[in-house]
Design a protein around this ligand. Structure first.
Ligand SMILES: [Zn+2]
Length: 91
């Protein structure tokens, strides 16, 4: 489940454009989505606070539906731990 949420931080340029707020699960900051100015490979939102591409918007596109996503700090903390573990396994 966490892995699927982590995937939301990839290829999310369009979703960030639709979102009002965005959050970063690396530095755990929340900010207006229009503060995201750069996109890695022109696809993955880069956090304006910490510079990592671990940003999730408050809107998520599933097929042709746009769904709200709750930017929950507790979830982000979990995701951060999971992400570090996954990253460790990959490297
Ligand atoms: Zn950040």
């Amino acid at each position: 489940m966490l892995y699927n949420i982590h995937k939301l931080s990839y290829n999310n340029k369009q979703e960030i454009g639709l979102s009002k707020f965005a959050g970063c699960f690396h530095c755990l900051n929340k900010f207006p989505a229009n503060e995201v100015k750069s996109f890695r490979s022109d696809k993955h939102a880069v956090c304006p606070k910490c510079g990592k591409d671990t940003v999730i918007g408050d809107k998520v596109i599933k097929g042709k539906f746009i769904l709200p996503f709750i930017l929950d700090k507790k979830l982000f903390v979990q995701l951060n731990e999971e992400y570090d573990t996954t990253f460790g396994l990959l490297s």
